[in-house]
Design a protein around this ligand. Sequence first.
Ligand code: CAA
Length: 390
Amino acid sequence: MHATHIGIDQISFYTANFYLDLAILAKRNQIDIGKYHFGIGQEKMSVAPHDEDVVTLGANAALPIIEKTGKENITGLFFATETGIDQSKSAGVYVHRLLNLNSNCRVVELKQACYSATAALHMACALVARNPNDKILVIAADIARYDLNSAAEPTQGCGAVAMLISQNPRILSIDPQVGNYTEDVMDFWRPNYRKTALVDGKFSTDMYLKAVCHAWQNYQNISPLQWQDFQHFCYHLPFSRMGVKAHRHLCAYNQQNLSEAQLERQLNAGLLYNRVIGNSYTAALYISLVSLLDNHPDDLTGRNIGLCSYGSGCVAEFFRAVVMPDYRQQLFTQSHQKMLAAREALDYDQYLAMWHYPDPQTGEAVENPLANQARFRLAGIDGHQRRYQG
Ligand code: CAA
C-alpha cells in the first residue's frame, strides 16, 4: 500500500508591476553597485504602488490557482503577513470575496514576522490529514519597507505566494517532522505606529544564522535524515546573499565542504526571483521554492528539498519537501517569467513618490499615476472601509 502524501498541489506567486533598478539607488546613495550586486546579491526591487496592498498581492497570486483548479473543497484560507491592513479583520476575508470562495471556508490571518507562512503551511497539512478531502489555500503576502538612505533600503521589495494544500499533491509532499527554534530577541520589528521596520541589521543576520542552525539541530533529533540526504535547499531570503551565507553556515556545521559547483546545484536556482523582487517577508522562502522549481535545469522528481524558515523576533524551522513526479506540468513557470519581464522600471523620483505617498484616509480614492496592470487593485476607502476593484 502506498503512503498517503500531503503537501503543495499548486503554487503561484505575484509581485507588483513596478520595480527600481538598484543601480539607480546605488548612484543616488553614492554606493558602489558591487555592494548591492555581490555584497547583498540584489539587482532590482519590486515597488508596490498605493493601489496595491497585501490583499491585492495575495488575491493576484491565488487567482491562477483558482482559475485552474476551481474552488471545490477549499475549506480554509490561511493568510500570513506582517504588513496587515487592519488590526481586527483578516486580509484573507477580503481575498475570500475577491476570489469568490465558498462561504463554508474558514479564514484567519497569522503573524510571526517572516515565519508565519510556514506555520500556516503545516497547520494546513495537519487539517488535511484530519479531513483528507479538504483543500486549504495558504497565502503569504508582504510589502518590505525601510527608511530612505538606511543600510536596509536596497533590501525592500514586495510579493505574495499562494499554495493549495491537499492530499495526493501534484508538486511537493511535505513531511510532518520539523525542527524548531524560538528565542525572544529584538533584531527586526515594526511597532503599530510605524510604516517602516526597525532593524538591528548585523544582529539580525547573526540571529538568523544562529536560529537556523538550532532549528537544524532540533531536526536532527527528530528525523533520521542527514544533511547529505538533501539535494536542494531553500532559505528565507531577506536578500539573496543571506541564503548563501546560511547555506555555507549549515554546511560548515555539518562538516561538509561546499564547492562552487555544489552551491550552484543545491541553491542558486532558488535565488533568481529574489534577486529581482527583493524581500517579500512571509512569501520570500516560498518564492525561492518556486524559483527553484521553475528554474532548475534538472528534472527534480523524487529529490529532497530542505526548507529553512526564519522570522525575526525570532522563530526558525527546518523541514523537508519531496518533489512529486510530473511536477513540471503543474507549474506556472511561463506566466511567472512573463509577469517579471513585463514590470515597468521606475526612475528615482517615481520611486520616491510611491515611497512617500500618504496612506489613504477615509473618503479618498487611491490614485496611481502609472497604469497598474494587476487584476485586483485598491480603488479607495469610504467610511473607513477598503474598496477593491477586480
Ligand atoms: N563590492 C562587493 N561587496 C561589497 C562591497 C562592494 N563594493 N561593499 C560592501 N560589500 C559587502 C560587504 O563586505 C558585506 O559582505 P559580508 O556580508 O560578506 O561581510 C556586504 O556587502 C554587506 O555590507 P555591510 O556589512 O557593510 O552591511 P550594511 O551595513 O550594508 O547592511 C544589512 C547590510 C545589515 C543586511 C542591511 O541591508 C539591513 O539592515 N537589512 C535589513 C535586515 C535584514 O535583512 N536582515 C537579515 C536577517 S533578518 C531577516 O531575515 C528577517 C527579514 O526578512 C528582515
